[in-house]
Write a protein that binds this ligand. Structure first.
Ligand SMILES: [Zn+2]
Length: 171
C-alpha cells in the first residue's frame, strides 16, 4: 500500500480509537463524580452522627433540654444521608454493570406515566391533617423542626436561632 493509503488508514484508526476513549472517559467522569458525591454524603452523615452524639451527650449532662424533637431531627439528618449514600451506591453498581454488559440500564425512576389524578374529591379532604402523618420529606417543615447545626461546634440550635447557644457563633 502506498503512503497515502497508509495515512488514511492511520487517521481513521485513530479517529475510531478516540471515539471509544471519549465514550469511556465520559462514563468514567460521571462515575468519578458519583464517588465524590458518595464521599461527600458520607462526610455529611458522619457530621450528623457527631452532632447527634453531641446532643445526646449534652442531654445526658443536663446542659441541653431533653427534647424528643431535637433528637428526632438529628436522627433524620443521619437517615437522610444514609439513604442518599445507598441510592448513589446503587446507581454506581448499575453503571458498573452497564459497563460490563454494554447494555444501558433502564432507569426505573424515569418511567412515570403521570397517572395520579387524585384531585377529584376535594370535598372529603381533611381540613386539619395531623403533623405526625406527613409523607417522607415533608416532616422537616411541619412536624420536626429543622435544626440549625453550628458550623464550628456542631450544636443543634433552634431553627430561628441567630447565634449558637453553645459557642455563640453567628449561624
Ligand atoms: Zn457553636
Amino acid at each position: 500500500m502506498d503512503y497515502k493509503d497508509y495515512l488514511d488508514r492511520f487517521v481513521s484508526d485513530v479517529q475510531a480509537l478516540t471515539d471509544v476513549v471519549t465514550e469511556k472517559t465520559k462514563q468514567k467522569a460521571s462515575e468519578a463524580k458519583l464517588h465524590i458525591d458518595i464521599k461527600k454524603a458520607e462526610t455529611d452523615r458522619d457530621k450528623a452522627y457527631r452532632a447527634l452524639g453531641r446532643i445526646m451527650y449534652q442531654i445526658e449532662m443536663g446542659t441541653l433540654r431533653r427534647d424528643e424533637n431535637i433528637v428526632k431531627a438529628a436522627c433524620s439528618q443521619v437517615t437522610e444521608q444514609e439513604e442518599a449514600i445507598a441510592r448513589m451506591k446503587k446507581d454506581l453498581e448499575a453503571r458498573k454493570k452497564e459497563e460490563e454488559t454494554g447494555a444501558p440500564t433502564v432507569n426505573a425512576q424515569e418511567s412515570s406515566d403521570g397517572s395520579d389524578d387524585k384531585d377529584e374529591d376535594t370535598e372529603d379532604a381533611d381540613p386539619d391533617p395531623g403533623p405526625e402523618e406527613k409523607a417522607d420529606g415533608a416532616e422537616k417543615k411541619d412536624g420536626i423542626p429543622v435544626l440549625k447545626f453550628c458550623p464550628s461546634c456542631g450544636t443543634g440550635n433552634d431553627p430561628d436561632a441567630k447565634f449558637c447557644k453553645k459557642c455563640g457563633r453567628e449561624i
